[in-house]
Design a protein around this ligand. Sequence first.
Ligand SMILES: *Cc1c(COP(=O)(O)O)cnc(C)c1O
Length: 416
Amino acid sequence: MIAINTKKEAEKRHTALSDIKSVNNQILIGDTPIESIAHIVGKTPFYVYDKSRLKQRIESLRKHLPKQLKIHYAIKANPMPGLVHTVAPWVDGFDLASHHEMLTALSTDIPAQHISIAGPGKSDIELKAAIAAGVTINIESLGEMQRVVSFANTLNTEARTALRINPNFNVKGSGMVMGGAPTQFGIDVDQLDAVVSTASNAAKIIGIHIYSGSQNLNHDSLCATFDATFELASTVIQQYGLKLKHFNMGGGLGIPYFLDDQPLNLEMIGKHLEGNIKRWKTQWSDTEVIMELGRYMVAECGLYVCRVIEKKTSKGQTFLVTDGGLHHHLAATGNFGQVIRRNYPVSVANRVESEHRESVSIVGPLCTPLDILGKKVNLPVADVGDYIAIHQSGAYGLTASPNLFLSHPEPGEILI
Ligand SMILES: *Cc1c(COP(=O)(O)O)cnc(C)c1O
């Protein structure tokens, strides 16, 4: 009993679950109870994204981060076209990871000059499309710069390029390190000479992009990375005498997924960045500073909701077998870059206020032991037909999952 109480207390402390709104036992999305959402979608499982929370999230970034800092949305975190259109008026630009994302971005009112594309293996089609559209290309290798120069000449259109630099420092505390080591991302500092001298009037360098990692919840490490990033950008600008329109300083702000994760203090991060930007603007007043964020904007605004199909026990453990699983939400099963599997915050979305609880494992319908959405979670007692919600699911959900695996139906998706 004591163990259960302690766990229950711990779960209440989980920030992701502590600010759930509910009425008559049901989670509310905006003002709509979860069962009504299920009827609107017309099926389970589904992803639901909360527009008002999305707006609050971006407002809070605007409130705490320096006014002069431009904020871009990294579409790969959640490329749902409706969501991208909703976010467009609230952000200063987009960052893309594919041609398809480019088409979504260009269908919004964000002008092409505030859109950039990154990725270590951009195809010829992607590069030509970016040049033709006026989208900035974050150059990740000498070969890519050579291709861009050649396409800009044949298309007779100026290409906008930014040097994506692989820094010599690396980020501690980042969930996904993307720099500071041998990597396919960006240009090593000692290879910049060759890339800069390959640029031409047809493919001008108008920006610097330094992206060191994702999902960082460690304030000190984030700020140390920002400091080093600003310093590296200044050094490169001076060394090559660059005249830049922008400096994309990356992002990497993490969100709390697991029980012991502490959310970042955005106000403190904002104060720190205030110093960085102030120093930057005294030297490079015409060069805008951009922060690009994906999950920090969208992850907490989304739930993945599935329904209990069977309740069974096996050797003393209770299992809720649901219609949702790894094929829709790989990250929640711990198979998207987690070293040790930990539970995402989970709730019984139509029994949230119930005090009658038990320990259950929540699994999906797939014939693989990897299909676990929640292992030994203390939840209100649920039964067949109840709704299970996986929280913090607005980023890297549907599109980061192997939808075709086992050929089950696709989930619904709704923004409301
Ligand atoms: C993935 C990625 C992002 C977004 O990362 P989040 O953790 O979702 O904020 C931003 N920029 C680049 C270059 C990326 O690869």
